[in-house]
Design a protein around this ligand. Structure first.
Ligand code: URA
Length: 472
């Protein structure tokens, strides 16, 4: 009976090649033993066979290859055998992948989901500590204990996100190292002694800020951020205390609430560049003001398009300005950029309908050429002029997190538009609360090179995934 020994690294491609070879040679699943990451495998099982050469002319549905690519990282030692047994059946029944009632497929899907969840947890809960090394690049290290073998498939995410620094993610399973732009993998290790990090304070502040005692759901919180990760998360040490004090804080907030609106109104009135009416205090007032201003037509500008979405949303999404479609429909993000955003958000698990979606500037600015109205970016003065609308929407919604998309939103929310590409993917503390920085979806639409567009779309999706988790 052949024993196929799969390597610890690049297990996904090794399993795929071995399975293709076995299939081409007609080796049934019960005649194969699978071993993984065991150099002394020959001693344990007698002989280790090289897999038959990968067969040509074997076609396997892409959906199965995608599934296998996740399942191979599961911790279950039976994973390779299960995959091969299913592949063997698939050869005879190509439609098996669509059979929702098939118990083997359901099992593999559950395994793939567990791997995805573990990879997500890793991207959300790895916390780097600054090693304060000398040299041109900063050095960071993190310790993590994944449930499945997700270090290798997740490392490219960290390389993209933290490409401008050197880092190590140490785990008991395997250690990923990123140096001068290259990833390498090394044996796992015991937990190293890592220095405290100044960034921990920021995380702690952010976490305490977004913690809403009136909405605390302990069980849900623990399922999103399981207790096993708490010990490595700087912000988690605040959880027991915040839960203990939740009821008192919720009462204090309710008691303090009636005194807040006038104070905020005074602040907002100061921000308005040219107030013509009393500062509106409700969404209704804001809508009336928008309608009134929209009746005044300005050549080269559209009407006022306000934001939309739940008025108590946890997440506020801010774009640049309405486009031609938005101006016609009077709603934000309904044109091509909005549709692209919706698609990627859905893939990332970000529920647009649960967010308040708006723009930094409220009128479409255009240049008329024939019948077409060509988009013109707002200038600094226009961004500043429109800021009071956004500030007021923010004050009314009071989101836990703001997603800033593109340079105009960044300028309006943080006062600085430079370095968008360096700042993206991170949270910035601002007077407006925590702001997550990313690019505008129309940037993706404008990229001419398809492979660059694909990479940038993947990064944008990762940003939205991070936001979905943070605002959950
Ligand atoms: N681009 C934006 O920034 N906002 C919209 O509403 C539409 C396109």
């Amino acid at each position: 009976m052949p024993t196929i020994a799969l390597p610890r690294l690049h297990t996904d491609t090794a399993w795929r090649d071995a399975a293709r070879g076995l299939l081409a040679a007609g080796v049934p699943p019960e005649d194969v033993l699978w071993a993984w990451d065991a150099p002394d495998q020959a001693d344990l099982f007698g002989t280790t066979s090289a897999p038959p050469p990968a067969g040509t002319g074997i076609t396997v549905p892409k959906s199965f290859l995608d599934l296998a690519r996740r399942v191979v990282w599961h911790a279950d030692p039976e994973r390779f055998a299960r995959l091969y047994a299913f592949l063997w059946r698939l050869r005879e029944s190509p439609r098996l992948m669509a059979d929702a009632a098939d118990a083997d497929l359901a099992h593999l899907n559950r395994m793939a989901k567990a791997v995805n969840r573990c990879a997500h947890k890793m991207t959300a809960f790895v916390r780097f500590r600054d090693l304060e090394a000398e040299g041109p690049r900063r050095h960071f290290a993190a310790w993590f204990e994944p449930t499945h073998h997700t270090v290798e498939p997740t490392a490219p995410f960290f390389a993209r996100r933290f490409g401008d620094m050197d880092w190590i993610i140490a785990t008991p399973d395997i250690t990923a190292r990123f140096e001068n732009g290259a990833i390498s993998f090394h044996p796992g290790q015991p937990r190293p002694d890592l220095p405290e990090d100044a960034a921990e304070e920021l995380w702690g502040t952010y976490f305490r800020n977004i913690f809403n005692p009136a909405r605390v759901k302990v069980r849900m919180m623990q399922s999103e951020m399981p207790k096993k990760y708490w010990k490595n998360l700087p912000e988690a040490r605040h959880i027991p205390d915040m839960i203990a004090r939740a009821e008192t804080r919720a009462r204090e907030m309710a008691e303090a609430a009636p005194t807040l609106p006038p104070l905020r109104a005074a602040r907002i009135a100061n921000l308005r560049p040219a107030p013509r009416v009393e500062a509106p205090m409700t969404f209704e007032d804001l809508r009336k003001r928008a309608e009134a201003e929209s009746r005044e037509t300005l050549p080269g500008y559209g009407r006022i398009v306000l934001g939309e979405g739940p008025e108590d949303a946890d997440l506020m999404i801010v774009g640049e300005q309405p486009g031609d479609h938005e101006d016609r429909e009077g709603r934000p993000f309904v044109g091509p950029a909005g549709q692209l955003f919706d698609r990627i958000a859905a893939e990332a698990g970000l529920d647009r309908d649960a967010a308040y979606v708006t723009n930094a500037v409220k009128r479409f600015k255009f240049r008329q050429t024939g019948k077409r109205r060509l988009h013109q970016p707002p200038n600094a003065g226009e961004i500043q002029h429109a800021k009071w609308w956004l500030d007021l929407e923010r004050e009314l919604v009071r989101p836990k997190l703001i997603l800033s998309m593109g340079a105009t939103a960044l300028q309006s929310l943080t006062g600085k538009r430079d370095g968008l590409m360096k700042r993206r993917g991170r949270i910035e503390e601002t007077a407006a609360g925590p702001v997550f920085v990313t690019v505008h979806p129309s940037y993706l639409l404008r990229l001419p090179d398809p492979s660059r567009r694909e990479d940038e779309t993947a990064r944008f999706r990762e940003d939205l995934e991070a936001v979905a988790r943070l605002a959950a």
